[in-house]
Design a protein around this ligand. Structure first.
Ligand code: AMP
Length: 546
Protein backbone atom coordinates (compact mmCIF):
# COMPACT_ATOMS: atom_id res chain seq x y z
CA UNK A 1 0.00 0.00 0.00
CA UNK A 2 1.27 3.44 -0.87
CA UNK A 3 1.46 5.87 2.02
CA UNK A 4 -0.54 8.30 -0.12
CA UNK A 5 -3.43 5.81 -0.18
CA UNK A 6 -3.15 5.35 3.58
CA UNK A 7 -3.28 9.14 3.99
CA UNK A 8 -6.45 9.33 1.94
CA UNK A 9 -8.05 6.71 4.17
CA UNK A 10 -7.03 8.77 7.21
CA UNK A 11 -8.56 11.88 5.68
CA UNK A 12 -11.82 10.04 5.03
CA UNK A 13 -11.87 8.66 8.56
CA UNK A 14 -11.12 12.07 10.02
CA UNK A 15 -14.18 13.47 8.28
CA UNK A 16 -16.49 10.74 9.60
CA UNK A 17 -18.42 10.94 12.81
CA UNK A 18 -20.33 7.65 12.77
CA UNK A 19 -18.67 4.67 14.40
CA UNK A 20 -20.24 2.12 12.05
CA UNK A 21 -19.19 4.07 9.01
CA UNK A 22 -15.58 4.06 10.25
CA UNK A 23 -15.64 0.34 11.02
CA UNK A 24 -17.03 -0.42 7.54
CA UNK A 25 -14.35 1.62 5.81
CA UNK A 26 -11.52 -0.02 7.76
CA UNK A 27 -13.04 -3.49 7.27
CA UNK A 28 -13.26 -2.91 3.51
CA UNK A 29 -9.53 -2.18 3.30
CA UNK A 30 -8.09 -4.96 5.47
CA UNK A 31 -8.58 -7.85 2.95
CA UNK A 32 -6.60 -5.99 0.26
CA UNK A 33 -3.47 -5.74 2.41
CA UNK A 34 -0.57 -8.17 2.29
CA UNK A 35 0.49 -10.06 5.42
CA UNK A 36 3.34 -7.61 5.82
CA UNK A 37 1.15 -4.55 5.44
CA UNK A 38 -1.78 -5.67 7.59
CA UNK A 39 -0.24 -5.31 11.08
CA UNK A 40 1.36 -2.00 10.13
CA UNK A 41 -1.91 -0.60 8.80
CA UNK A 42 -3.82 -1.75 11.87
CA UNK A 43 -1.41 -0.01 14.24
CA UNK A 44 -0.94 3.12 12.14
CA UNK A 45 -4.67 3.74 11.78
CA UNK A 46 -4.88 3.88 15.59
CA UNK A 47 -1.92 6.27 15.70
CA UNK A 48 0.47 3.63 17.04
CA UNK A 49 3.68 2.56 15.47
CA UNK A 50 4.92 -0.46 17.42
CA UNK A 51 3.03 -3.27 19.20
CA UNK A 52 1.76 -2.18 22.61
CA UNK A 53 3.95 -4.77 24.34
CA UNK A 54 7.07 -3.55 22.60
CA UNK A 55 9.54 -1.32 24.41
CA UNK A 56 10.35 0.42 21.10
CA UNK A 57 9.55 4.11 20.96
CA UNK A 58 10.11 6.73 18.29
CA UNK A 59 11.05 9.29 20.93
CA UNK A 60 10.59 12.30 18.65
CA UNK A 61 9.68 15.61 20.23
CA UNK A 62 7.98 18.47 18.36
CA UNK A 63 11.32 20.35 18.19
CA UNK A 64 13.07 17.74 16.09
CA UNK A 65 10.09 17.51 13.79
CA UNK A 66 9.95 21.31 13.34
CA UNK A 67 13.60 21.32 12.43
CA UNK A 68 13.10 18.63 9.80
CA UNK A 69 10.04 20.24 8.27
CA UNK A 70 11.80 23.62 8.22
CA UNK A 71 14.63 22.04 6.24
CA UNK A 72 12.35 20.26 3.78
CA UNK A 73 10.02 23.22 3.21
CA UNK A 74 12.86 25.75 3.00
CA UNK A 75 11.65 27.69 6.05
CA UNK A 76 13.24 28.79 9.31
CA UNK A 77 12.29 26.75 12.34
CA UNK A 78 10.66 29.87 13.86
CA UNK A 79 8.38 30.12 10.81
CA UNK A 80 7.35 26.50 11.29
CA UNK A 81 6.51 27.20 14.95
CA UNK A 82 4.44 30.25 13.90
CA UNK A 83 2.53 28.11 11.41
CA UNK A 84 1.88 25.42 14.05
CA UNK A 85 0.61 28.12 16.43
CA UNK A 86 -1.60 29.55 13.70
CA UNK A 87 -3.24 26.22 12.81
CA UNK A 88 -3.07 24.72 16.30
CA UNK A 89 -2.27 21.35 14.69
CA UNK A 90 1.11 20.01 13.67
CA UNK A 91 -0.39 17.94 10.85
CA UNK A 92 -2.26 20.88 9.34
CA UNK A 93 0.85 23.06 9.56
CA UNK A 94 3.06 20.48 7.84
CA UNK A 95 0.46 20.00 5.11
CA UNK A 96 0.37 23.75 4.48
CA UNK A 97 4.15 24.12 4.53
CA UNK A 98 4.64 21.25 2.07
CA UNK A 99 1.94 22.63 -0.23
CA UNK A 100 3.61 26.03 -0.33
CA UNK A 101 7.27 25.01 -0.34
CA UNK A 102 9.40 27.02 -2.72
CA UNK A 103 11.55 24.26 -4.19
CA UNK A 104 10.18 21.05 -5.57
CA UNK A 105 12.35 17.98 -5.26
CA UNK A 106 13.15 16.10 -8.43
CA UNK A 107 13.98 12.72 -7.00
CA UNK A 108 10.85 11.95 -5.08
CA UNK A 109 10.45 8.29 -4.24
CA UNK A 110 6.83 7.39 -3.43
CA UNK A 111 6.43 6.36 0.20
CA UNK A 112 4.91 2.99 1.00
CA UNK A 113 3.34 1.89 4.26
CA UNK A 114 6.02 -0.74 4.89
CA UNK A 115 8.81 1.62 3.84
CA UNK A 116 7.63 4.21 6.35
CA UNK A 117 7.45 1.53 9.04
CA UNK A 118 11.02 0.41 8.24
CA UNK A 119 12.19 4.01 8.63
CA UNK A 120 10.31 4.34 11.91
CA UNK A 121 12.04 1.20 13.14
CA UNK A 122 15.38 2.72 12.16
CA UNK A 123 14.53 5.85 14.14
CA UNK A 124 13.58 3.80 17.20
CA UNK A 125 16.72 1.71 17.14
CA UNK A 126 19.30 4.49 16.79
CA UNK A 127 20.95 5.39 20.03
CA UNK A 128 24.20 6.88 21.24
CA UNK A 129 25.57 10.41 20.74
CA UNK A 130 24.73 10.68 17.10
CA UNK A 131 21.18 9.43 17.44
CA UNK A 132 19.47 12.87 17.22
CA UNK A 133 21.34 13.63 14.02
CA UNK A 134 20.49 10.24 12.55
CA UNK A 135 16.81 10.60 13.50
CA UNK A 136 16.73 14.02 11.89
CA UNK A 137 18.25 12.58 8.72
CA UNK A 138 15.59 9.87 8.46
CA UNK A 139 12.72 12.30 9.17
CA UNK A 140 14.00 14.73 6.56
CA UNK A 141 14.12 11.84 4.07
CA UNK A 142 10.54 10.84 4.85
CA UNK A 143 9.12 14.36 4.68
CA UNK A 144 11.14 15.11 1.55
CA UNK A 145 9.32 12.30 -0.23
CA UNK A 146 5.89 13.22 1.13
CA UNK A 147 3.15 15.22 -0.56
CA UNK A 148 1.11 17.65 1.55
CA UNK A 149 -1.58 15.16 2.65
CA UNK A 150 1.02 12.49 3.42
CA UNK A 151 2.91 15.12 5.42
CA UNK A 152 -0.18 15.77 7.52
CA UNK A 153 -0.46 12.17 8.70
CA UNK A 154 3.23 11.34 8.66
CA UNK A 155 4.00 14.19 11.06
CA UNK A 156 1.17 13.22 13.40
CA UNK A 157 2.34 9.60 13.34
CA UNK A 158 5.89 10.71 14.11
CA UNK A 159 4.50 12.28 17.29
CA UNK A 160 2.31 9.18 17.80
CA UNK A 161 -0.79 11.42 17.82
CA UNK A 162 -2.89 10.62 14.75
CA UNK A 163 -6.12 12.19 16.08
CA UNK A 164 -8.53 10.75 13.53
CA UNK A 165 -10.80 9.28 16.18
CA UNK A 166 -10.10 5.58 15.50
CA UNK A 167 -9.87 3.67 18.77
CA UNK A 168 -9.12 0.03 19.56
CA UNK A 169 -12.83 -0.84 19.70
CA UNK A 170 -13.40 0.28 16.11
CA UNK A 171 -10.40 -1.62 14.79
CA UNK A 172 -11.31 -4.79 16.71
CA UNK A 173 -14.78 -4.72 15.17
CA UNK A 174 -13.34 -4.05 11.71
CA UNK A 175 -11.00 -7.05 12.05
CA UNK A 176 -13.90 -9.27 13.12
CA UNK A 177 -16.05 -7.98 10.24
CA UNK A 178 -13.34 -8.37 7.60
CA UNK A 179 -12.45 -11.94 8.64
CA UNK A 180 -15.97 -13.06 9.57
CA UNK A 181 -14.94 -14.06 13.10
CA UNK A 182 -16.59 -13.51 16.48
CA UNK A 183 -15.66 -10.05 17.89
CA UNK A 184 -15.37 -11.53 21.40
CA UNK A 185 -12.58 -13.83 20.17
CA UNK A 186 -10.76 -10.88 18.62
CA UNK A 187 -11.03 -8.98 21.92
CA UNK A 188 -9.76 -11.98 23.88
CA UNK A 189 -6.79 -12.58 21.57
CA UNK A 190 -6.00 -8.89 21.81
CA UNK A 191 -5.90 -9.09 25.61
CA UNK A 192 -3.45 -11.95 25.48
CA UNK A 193 -1.20 -10.74 22.65
CA UNK A 194 -1.32 -7.00 23.31
CA UNK A 195 -0.96 -6.17 19.63
CA UNK A 196 -3.96 -5.77 17.35
CA UNK A 197 -1.67 -6.00 14.32
CA UNK A 198 -0.80 -9.59 15.14
CA UNK A 199 -4.42 -10.34 16.04
CA UNK A 200 -5.52 -9.13 12.59
CA UNK A 201 -3.10 -11.60 10.99
CA UNK A 202 -4.35 -14.46 13.16
CA UNK A 203 -7.97 -13.57 12.38
CA UNK A 204 -7.17 -14.19 8.72
CA UNK A 205 -6.51 -17.82 9.49
CA UNK A 206 -9.83 -18.29 11.28
CA UNK A 207 -11.40 -18.61 14.70
CA UNK A 208 -9.40 -21.66 15.78
CA UNK A 209 -6.12 -19.75 15.82
CA UNK A 210 -7.71 -16.85 17.69
CA UNK A 211 -8.93 -19.29 20.32
CA UNK A 212 -5.51 -20.82 20.72
CA UNK A 213 -3.54 -17.73 21.80
CA UNK A 214 -0.93 -17.88 24.51
CA UNK A 215 0.82 -15.20 26.44
CA UNK A 216 4.57 -15.24 26.20
CA UNK A 217 7.28 -14.32 28.70
CA UNK A 218 9.09 -11.02 28.08
CA UNK A 219 6.14 -9.68 26.19
CA UNK A 220 4.24 -7.71 28.84
CA UNK A 221 0.47 -8.00 29.07
CA UNK A 222 -1.73 -5.03 30.01
CA UNK A 223 -2.64 -4.98 33.68
CA UNK A 224 -6.14 -5.80 34.90
CA UNK A 225 -7.69 -2.73 36.50
CA UNK A 226 -10.23 -1.94 39.18
CA UNK A 227 -13.38 0.11 39.59
CA UNK A 228 -14.52 1.93 42.69
CA UNK A 229 -17.12 0.21 44.83
CA UNK A 230 -18.06 -1.05 48.27
CA UNK A 231 -17.49 -4.23 50.25
CA UNK A 232 -21.22 -4.66 50.98
CA UNK A 233 -22.08 -4.20 47.27
CA UNK A 234 -19.64 -6.95 46.27
CA UNK A 235 -20.87 -9.36 48.96
CA UNK A 236 -24.48 -8.73 47.99
CA UNK A 237 -23.75 -9.44 44.35
CA UNK A 238 -21.30 -12.32 44.60
CA UNK A 239 -21.55 -13.82 48.08
CA UNK A 240 -18.11 -15.07 48.96
CA UNK A 241 -15.36 -12.73 47.73
CA UNK A 242 -11.60 -12.37 48.17
CA UNK A 243 -10.15 -9.34 49.92
CA UNK A 244 -6.55 -8.13 49.83
CA UNK A 245 -4.82 -5.03 51.10
CA UNK A 246 -4.66 -2.22 48.60
CA UNK A 247 -0.98 -1.35 48.64
CA UNK A 248 0.03 2.22 47.93
CA UNK A 249 2.98 1.46 45.75
CA UNK A 250 3.61 0.76 42.10
CA UNK A 251 2.23 -2.04 40.00
CA UNK A 252 4.65 -4.48 38.43
CA UNK A 253 4.65 -7.49 36.16
CA UNK A 254 7.48 -9.92 36.75
CA UNK A 255 8.57 -12.34 34.02
CA UNK A 256 10.94 -15.24 34.63
CA UNK A 257 12.27 -18.02 32.39
CA UNK A 258 15.04 -20.09 33.94
CA UNK A 259 17.48 -17.60 35.42
CA UNK A 260 16.38 -14.74 33.21
CA UNK A 261 14.12 -12.26 34.97
CA UNK A 262 12.60 -8.98 33.85
CA UNK A 263 10.22 -6.53 35.37
CA UNK A 264 7.74 -4.14 33.74
CA UNK A 265 5.93 -1.12 35.11
CA UNK A 266 2.21 -0.48 34.85
CA UNK A 267 2.85 1.30 31.55
CA UNK A 268 4.70 -1.84 30.41
CA UNK A 269 8.08 -0.14 30.40
CA UNK A 270 10.96 -2.35 31.40
CA UNK A 271 12.33 -1.38 34.82
CA UNK A 272 14.60 -4.41 35.42
CA UNK A 273 17.73 -2.27 35.76
CA UNK A 274 16.19 0.04 38.36
CA UNK A 275 15.10 -2.65 40.81
CA UNK A 276 17.75 -5.40 41.02
CA UNK A 277 16.83 -6.04 44.68
CA UNK A 278 13.19 -6.88 43.85
CA UNK A 279 14.25 -8.97 40.88
CA UNK A 280 16.61 -10.99 43.04
CA UNK A 281 13.98 -11.54 45.74
CA UNK A 282 11.40 -12.83 43.26
CA UNK A 283 13.85 -14.81 41.21
CA UNK A 284 14.86 -16.71 44.36
CA UNK A 285 11.28 -17.13 45.54
CA UNK A 286 10.31 -19.49 42.72
CA UNK A 287 11.98 -22.23 40.71
CA UNK A 288 9.31 -22.02 37.97
CA UNK A 289 8.93 -20.02 34.75
CA UNK A 290 6.27 -17.47 35.63
CA UNK A 291 4.54 -14.18 34.91
CA UNK A 292 3.44 -12.60 38.18
CA UNK A 293 1.33 -9.52 38.88
CA UNK A 294 1.77 -7.46 42.02
CA UNK A 295 2.46 -4.17 43.72
CA UNK A 296 5.83 -3.17 45.08
CA UNK A 297 5.90 -0.92 48.13
CA UNK A 298 8.60 1.06 49.90
CA UNK A 299 9.04 0.07 53.52
CA UNK A 300 10.72 1.61 56.53
CA UNK A 301 10.74 -0.09 59.94
CA UNK A 302 7.99 -2.44 58.78
CA UNK A 303 5.57 0.38 57.75
CA UNK A 304 4.76 1.30 54.16
CA UNK A 305 6.12 4.62 52.95
CA UNK A 306 4.30 6.88 50.50
CA UNK A 307 4.00 5.91 46.87
CA UNK A 308 6.47 8.61 45.69
CA UNK A 309 9.36 6.65 47.26
CA UNK A 310 8.68 3.67 45.02
CA UNK A 311 8.44 5.82 41.94
CA UNK A 312 11.79 7.37 42.74
CA UNK A 313 13.27 3.88 42.61
CA UNK A 314 11.41 2.83 39.45
CA UNK A 315 12.65 5.87 37.56
CA UNK A 316 16.31 5.35 38.47
CA UNK A 317 18.75 4.80 35.66
CA UNK A 318 21.94 5.80 37.47
CA UNK A 319 23.23 5.29 41.00
CA UNK A 320 20.80 2.46 41.51
CA UNK A 321 22.89 1.05 44.39
CA UNK A 322 22.77 4.29 46.39
CA UNK A 323 19.00 4.52 45.92
CA UNK A 324 18.65 0.89 47.06
CA UNK A 325 20.30 1.72 50.37
CA UNK A 326 17.94 4.60 50.98
CA UNK A 327 14.67 3.02 49.92
CA UNK A 328 13.86 -0.61 50.65
CA UNK A 329 11.34 -2.17 48.28
CA UNK A 330 9.11 -5.15 49.01
CA UNK A 331 6.98 -6.93 46.37
CA UNK A 332 3.45 -8.14 47.14
CA UNK A 333 2.32 -10.67 44.54
CA UNK A 334 -1.42 -11.12 44.05
CA UNK A 335 -1.82 -12.92 40.72
CA UNK A 336 -0.18 -15.34 38.29
CA UNK A 337 -0.78 -15.23 34.53
CA UNK A 338 1.61 -17.88 33.22
CA UNK A 339 3.27 -20.97 34.61
CA UNK A 340 5.83 -23.20 32.87
CA UNK A 341 4.49 -22.69 29.37
CA UNK A 342 0.82 -22.58 30.32
CA UNK A 343 -1.36 -19.47 29.97
CA UNK A 344 -3.51 -19.10 33.09
CA UNK A 345 -5.54 -15.96 32.36
CA UNK A 346 -8.73 -17.84 31.55
CA UNK A 347 -8.69 -19.89 34.73
CA UNK A 348 -10.87 -18.59 37.61
CA UNK A 349 -9.12 -16.40 40.15
CA UNK A 350 -9.56 -18.97 42.94
CA UNK A 351 -7.54 -21.46 40.87
CA UNK A 352 -4.86 -18.94 39.93
CA UNK A 353 -4.53 -18.02 43.58
CA UNK A 354 -4.08 -21.69 44.58
CA UNK A 355 -1.39 -22.08 41.91
CA UNK A 356 0.32 -18.89 43.08
CA UNK A 357 0.53 -20.18 46.63
CA UNK A 358 2.23 -23.36 45.48
CA UNK A 359 4.80 -21.78 43.15
CA UNK A 360 5.92 -18.80 45.22
CA UNK A 361 7.49 -19.47 48.60
CA UNK A 362 7.20 -15.91 49.92
CA UNK A 363 5.85 -12.46 49.06
CA UNK A 364 2.34 -13.65 48.23
CA UNK A 365 -0.05 -10.86 49.30
CA UNK A 366 -2.30 -12.11 52.13
CA UNK A 367 -5.89 -12.78 51.14
CA UNK A 368 -9.10 -13.32 53.08
CA UNK A 369 -12.17 -15.05 51.66
CA UNK A 370 -15.57 -14.45 53.23
CA UNK A 371 -19.21 -13.69 52.54
CA UNK A 372 -19.62 -11.65 55.73
CA UNK A 373 -19.48 -7.91 55.13
CA UNK A 374 -18.63 -7.32 58.79
CA UNK A 375 -15.56 -9.57 58.70
CA UNK A 376 -14.31 -7.96 55.55
CA UNK A 377 -14.86 -4.47 56.91
CA UNK A 378 -12.65 -5.28 59.85
CA UNK A 379 -9.90 -6.24 57.38
CA UNK A 380 -10.42 -2.88 55.68
CA UNK A 381 -9.89 -1.14 59.05
CA UNK A 382 -6.84 -3.29 59.69
CA UNK A 383 -5.45 -2.29 56.27
CA UNK A 384 -5.84 1.41 57.03
CA UNK A 385 -4.31 0.97 60.50
CA UNK A 386 -1.30 -0.73 58.93
CA UNK A 387 -0.79 2.27 56.60
CA UNK A 388 -2.24 0.80 53.38
CA UNK A 389 -4.59 2.65 51.07
CA UNK A 390 -7.63 0.45 51.65
CA UNK A 391 -8.61 -2.95 50.24
CA UNK A 392 -9.24 -4.62 46.90
CA UNK A 393 -12.29 -6.87 46.70
CA UNK A 394 -12.12 -9.51 43.96
CA UNK A 395 -14.58 -12.04 42.59
CA UNK A 396 -13.19 -15.57 42.77
CA UNK A 397 -14.73 -17.04 39.62
CA UNK A 398 -13.43 -14.57 37.04
CA UNK A 399 -10.53 -14.82 34.60
CA UNK A 400 -7.74 -12.26 34.38
CA UNK A 401 -8.84 -9.64 31.85
CA UNK A 402 -5.78 -7.62 30.75
CA UNK A 403 -6.37 -3.90 30.33
CA UNK A 404 -9.99 -4.12 31.46
CA UNK A 405 -11.34 -1.92 34.25
CA UNK A 406 -14.22 -4.26 35.01
CA UNK A 407 -16.39 -5.15 37.98
CA UNK A 408 -14.37 -8.17 39.06
CA UNK A 409 -11.88 -6.03 40.94
CA UNK A 410 -13.24 -3.33 43.19
CA UNK A 411 -11.11 -0.83 45.11
CA UNK A 412 -12.31 0.44 48.44
CA UNK A 413 -10.56 3.39 50.02
CA UNK A 414 -11.51 6.36 52.21
CA UNK A 415 -13.60 8.92 50.37
CA UNK A 416 -11.28 11.55 49.00
CA UNK A 417 -12.52 12.18 45.52
CA UNK A 418 -9.66 12.28 43.11
CA UNK A 419 -9.63 11.94 39.35
CA UNK A 420 -6.86 11.20 36.85
CA UNK A 421 -6.78 13.65 33.94
CA UNK A 422 -4.52 14.44 30.98
CA UNK A 423 -2.57 17.70 30.98
CA UNK A 424 -3.33 19.29 27.60
CA UNK A 425 -2.32 22.89 28.20
CA UNK A 426 -0.74 25.34 30.61
CA UNK A 427 -0.37 29.02 31.36
CA UNK A 428 2.79 30.83 32.32
CA UNK A 429 2.93 31.69 36.04
CA UNK A 430 3.19 35.15 37.51
CA UNK A 431 5.71 37.00 39.69
CA UNK A 432 8.42 34.68 40.96
CA UNK A 433 6.77 31.85 39.03
CA UNK A 434 6.88 33.74 35.72
CA UNK A 435 9.47 31.38 34.21
CA UNK A 436 7.41 28.30 35.08
CA UNK A 437 3.97 27.03 34.13
CA UNK A 438 1.54 28.16 36.84
CA UNK A 439 -1.76 26.57 35.91
CA UNK A 440 -2.71 23.55 33.85
CA UNK A 441 -5.58 22.68 31.54
CA UNK A 442 -6.89 19.17 32.18
CA UNK A 443 -8.91 16.82 30.02
CA UNK A 444 -10.84 13.57 30.20
CA UNK A 445 -11.30 11.23 27.20
CA UNK A 446 -14.12 9.72 25.21
CA UNK A 447 -14.34 6.11 24.05
CA UNK A 448 -12.16 6.83 21.01
CA UNK A 449 -9.40 8.40 23.12
CA UNK A 450 -10.15 11.99 22.08
CA UNK A 451 -9.52 14.45 24.88
CA UNK A 452 -12.01 17.01 26.18
CA UNK A 453 -11.06 19.73 28.66
CA UNK A 454 -12.76 19.67 32.04
CA UNK A 455 -11.00 22.43 33.96
CA UNK A 456 -7.83 24.06 35.14
CA UNK A 457 -5.79 23.38 38.23
CA UNK A 458 -3.56 25.96 39.90
CA UNK A 459 -3.80 25.13 43.61
CA UNK A 460 -2.04 22.52 45.66
CA UNK A 461 1.22 23.15 43.77
CA UNK A 462 4.36 24.07 45.72
CA UNK A 463 7.29 25.88 44.07
CA UNK A 464 9.09 22.54 44.05
CA UNK A 465 6.16 20.83 42.34
CA UNK A 466 6.06 23.55 39.69
CA UNK A 467 9.78 23.33 38.98
CA UNK A 468 9.55 19.52 38.74
CA UNK A 469 6.48 19.64 36.49
CA UNK A 470 8.08 22.26 34.25
CA UNK A 471 11.01 19.93 33.59
CA UNK A 472 8.55 17.23 32.51
CA UNK A 473 6.39 19.44 30.30
CA UNK A 474 8.77 21.89 28.66
CA UNK A 475 9.55 19.64 25.71
CA UNK A 476 5.90 18.91 25.07
CA UNK A 477 4.95 22.44 23.98
CA UNK A 478 3.09 22.24 20.68
CA UNK A 479 1.90 25.84 20.36
CA UNK A 480 1.99 29.08 22.34
CA UNK A 481 -0.33 32.07 22.21
CA UNK A 482 0.37 34.87 24.70
CA UNK A 483 0.39 33.26 28.13
CA UNK A 484 -1.38 30.14 26.91
CA UNK A 485 0.39 27.00 25.91
CA UNK A 486 -0.87 23.92 24.09
CA UNK A 487 0.84 20.74 25.26
CA UNK A 488 1.21 17.38 23.64
CA UNK A 489 -0.89 15.19 25.96
CA UNK A 490 1.62 12.86 27.58
CA UNK A 491 1.35 13.62 31.30
CA UNK A 492 -1.35 12.59 33.78
CA UNK A 493 -2.28 14.52 36.95
CA UNK A 494 -4.30 13.17 39.81
CA UNK A 495 -6.42 16.01 41.18
CA UNK A 496 -8.76 16.26 44.14
CA UNK A 497 -12.09 18.08 43.83
CA UNK A 498 -15.16 18.96 45.86
CA UNK A 499 -17.78 18.34 43.21
CA UNK A 500 -18.38 17.64 39.52
CA UNK A 501 -20.56 20.32 37.93
CA UNK A 502 -22.21 20.59 34.53
CA UNK A 503 -20.56 23.41 32.63
CA UNK A 504 -20.77 24.94 29.16
CA UNK A 505 -17.26 26.39 29.62
CA UNK A 506 -15.39 23.20 28.85
CA UNK A 507 -15.80 20.86 25.92
CA UNK A 508 -16.43 17.83 28.13
CA UNK A 509 -19.60 19.55 29.35
CA UNK A 510 -18.38 19.25 32.93
CA UNK A 511 -16.15 21.21 35.30
CA UNK A 512 -14.55 20.44 38.66
CA UNK A 513 -15.31 22.55 41.72
CA UNK A 514 -12.20 23.40 43.80
CA UNK A 515 -9.70 21.32 41.83
CA UNK A 516 -6.50 20.71 43.71
CA UNK A 517 -3.28 19.09 42.46
CA UNK A 518 -2.53 15.83 44.29
CA UNK A 519 0.32 14.31 42.31
CA UNK A 520 1.74 13.59 38.91
CA UNK A 521 0.88 10.02 37.89
CA UNK A 522 3.83 9.09 35.75
CA UNK A 523 2.90 5.47 36.24
CA UNK A 524 -0.22 6.12 34.16
CA UNK A 525 -0.47 6.94 30.48
CA UNK A 526 -2.92 9.34 28.89
CA UNK A 527 -5.12 6.55 27.53
CA UNK A 528 -5.92 5.62 31.13
CA UNK A 529 -7.41 8.97 32.15
CA UNK A 530 -11.02 9.24 33.27
CA UNK A 531 -13.64 8.92 30.53
CA UNK A 532 -16.42 11.45 29.95
CA UNK A 533 -18.91 8.66 30.73
CA UNK A 534 -17.36 8.02 34.11
CA UNK A 535 -17.30 11.77 34.85
CA UNK A 536 -21.02 11.74 34.05
CA UNK A 537 -21.44 8.77 36.42
CA UNK A 538 -19.64 10.69 39.18
CA UNK A 539 -22.02 13.56 38.58
CA UNK A 540 -25.08 11.28 38.79
CA UNK A 541 -23.71 9.63 41.91
CA UNK A 542 -23.42 13.03 43.59
CA UNK A 543 -27.03 13.85 42.76
CA UNK A 544 -28.11 10.57 44.35
CA UNK A 545 -26.23 11.21 47.56
CA UNK A 546 -27.67 14.71 48.05
P1 AMP B 1 -6.08 2.85 41.12
O1 AMP B 1 -4.66 3.09 40.72
O2 AMP B 1 -6.59 3.84 42.11
O3 AMP B 1 -6.99 2.67 39.91
O4 AMP B 1 -6.15 1.43 41.90
C1 AMP B 1 -5.83 0.20 41.31
C2 AMP B 1 -4.40 -0.10 41.60
O5 AMP B 1 -4.21 -0.52 42.94
C3 AMP B 1 -3.84 -1.26 40.83
O6 AMP B 1 -3.51 -0.90 39.51
C4 AMP B 1 -2.61 -1.63 41.63
O7 AMP B 1 -1.51 -0.84 41.21
C5 AMP B 1 -2.98 -1.21 43.03
N1 AMP B 1 -3.10 -2.34 43.98
C6 AMP B 1 -2.65 -2.31 45.25
N2 AMP B 1 -2.91 -3.44 45.90
C7 AMP B 1 -3.55 -4.27 45.01
C8 AMP B 1 -4.08 -5.58 45.08
N3 AMP B 1 -4.04 -6.32 46.21
N4 AMP B 1 -4.67 -6.09 43.96
C9 AMP B 1 -4.73 -5.37 42.82
N5 AMP B 1 -4.25 -4.11 42.70
C10 AMP B 1 -3.67 -3.55 43.77
Amino acid sequence: MKFAAFSQVCEQLEGMSGRLEMIDLIASILPSLSDEELPVFVRFVMGRVFPDWSPQKLGIGPNLLYEAIGYVAGRKKAEVVTEVNRTGDVGGAVEHLLATKSQTSFFVEPLTLCGVYADFTRIATTDGNRSQREKLRVIKGLLGNAGPLEGRYLSRLLLEELRIGVGEGNVRDAIAGASGVNPALVAHAHQALNDLGEVALLARTGEASLRDVHIAPFRPVKMMLAQQGTISGMVEEHGSVAVEYKYDGTRFQFHKVGEECRMYSRRLEEVTGAVPDVIEILCKATAHDVILDGEVIAVKDGRPRPFQFVLRRFRRKHEVEAAMEKIELVPNVFDILYLDGETLIDRPFSERRAVLETVLSEYVAPQWVSDETKNLESIYQEALDAGHEGVMVKTRGAGYTPGVRGKNWIKVKPAVDTIDLAVVGAEWGEGRRAHLFGSFLLACQDEGGDLFPIGKVATGLSDNDLAFIYQHLKDLVVAEKGKEIVLEPKVVFEVGYAEVQKSPNYESGYALRFPRFVRMRDDKSVDEVETVDRVAARYEQQLKSL
